[in-house]
Design a protein around this ligand. Structure first.
Ligand code: PGA
Length: 250
C-alpha cells in the first residue's frame, strides 16, 4: 500500500495574521499543481482563521499546533476541538516536544487529546521523539515505544485511520542537526512495528510517519525519498514561502 506523504509547516510562535496571509499568497502559486504530497500549515491560534480563508480553493490544509482535550470549560488560554473546526481547520499537532518540555504535556495528556481529536474527525499529528541523553544511553526504542503506548491507550484500529505520527528527535529540533536518513529510517521502523503491535498490521502499514528536526531544502530529498519516511514536519525552514515550497517539491 502506498502512503501519500504529508509535508507540514509548524510555524510555532511566529507570524501575525498579516504575515501569515502574505506567506500563503506567496506560497500557493509556488505549489500550484503539486499533487504528489499533502500539504498542511500549522499557524498560531490567532492566525488560524486567516490561514483557513487564504488557503480556500487550494489543496493546502490548516491546523492548530495544540488543542485542549476537554470539549469546553474553564481552561484559560486553551482552544477546543469545536473551536478549531468552527473556523474550518482540519488538523492538529499533539504532543510536540516543546509542549512536553515547556508545558508539562505528559503521555496521558497526549492520549486524552488524541481521543478528542479522533472523536471530532480532526487529523491528529502526534509527535514523539527521544532526548539526546536517551539516544546516547541506547534508549531510543524504549522512549518511542513508551510514548506510542501512552498516546494510543484505548484507541482502536477503526478510530485510528487518520492518525499521523511525527518522529522528531528532540536533539534535532531547531538545532541544525538533522538525523541521518539511516537514523530516521531505523526509528520509523521501530514506530511502525509498535503501531502494528498496538493497532494491527493494516493500520501500521497505512499510517503516515513524518520525520521532523532541522528539515531544510538541502536535506529534504534524502530524507523523504526513503520508503519508511512519509513526509516531514518542518519548523524553521517553513517560515519562508520559497524555502518551504522547495522542501515540498524536493
Ligand atoms: P525545526 O522544527 O524544523 O526548526 O527543527 C521542527 C519542529 O519542531 O516541528
Amino acid at each position: 500500500m502506498s502512503r501519500k506523504a504529508l509535508i507540514a509547516a509548524n510555524w510555532k510562535m511566529y507570524k501575525t495574521p498579516a504575515e501569515a496571509k502574505a506567506f500563503v499568497d506567496a506560497f500557493l502559486p509556488l505549489v500550484a499543481g503539486h499533487d504528489r504530497d499533502d500539504i498542511a500549515l500549522f499557524p498560531s491560534v490567532t492566525s488560524l482563521a486567516t490561514v483557513v480563508e487564504a488557503v480556500k480553493g487550494s489543496k493546502v490544509a490548516a491546523g492548530l499546533q495544540n488543542m485542549h482535550f476537554a470539549e469546553e470549560g474553564a481552561y484559560t488560554g486553551e482552544t477546543s476541538a469545536v473551536m478549531l473546526k468552527a473556523v474550518g481547520a482540519t488538523h492538529t499537532l499533539i504532543g510536540h516536544s516543546e509542549r512536553r518540555q515547556y508545558f508539562n504535556e505528559t503521555d496521558e495528556v497526549v492520549n486524552k487529546k488524541l481521543h478528542t481529536a479522533l472523536k471530532h474527525g480532526i487529523v491528529p499529528v502526534v509527535c514523539i521523539g527521544e532526548l539526546l541523553h536517551d539516544r546516547e544511553a541506547g534508549l531510543t526504542a524504549d522512549v518511542l515505544v513508551r510514548q506510542l503506548k501512552g498516546a494510543l491507550a484505548g484507541v482502536t484500529a477503526e478510530a485510528a485511520h487518520s492518525l499521523v505520527i511525527a518522529y522528531e528527535p528532540c536533539w534535532a529540533i531547531g538545532t541544525g542537526k538533522t538525523a541521518t536518513p539511516k537514523m530516521a529510517v531505523e526509528a520509523h521502523a521501530i514506530v511502525r512495528a509498535e503501531l502494528a503491535n498496538l493497532l494491527g498490521a493494516e493500520v501500521a502499514k497505512a499510517t503516515r510517519i513524518l520525520y521532523g528536526g532541522s528539515v531544510k531544502p538541502e536535506n529534504a530529498k534524502d530524507l523523504c525519498c526513503e520508503e519508511e519516511i512519509d513526509g516531514a514536519l518542518v519548523g524553521g525552514a517553513s517560515l519562508k514561502p520559497d524555502s518551504f515550497a522547495a522542501i515540498v517539491k524536493y
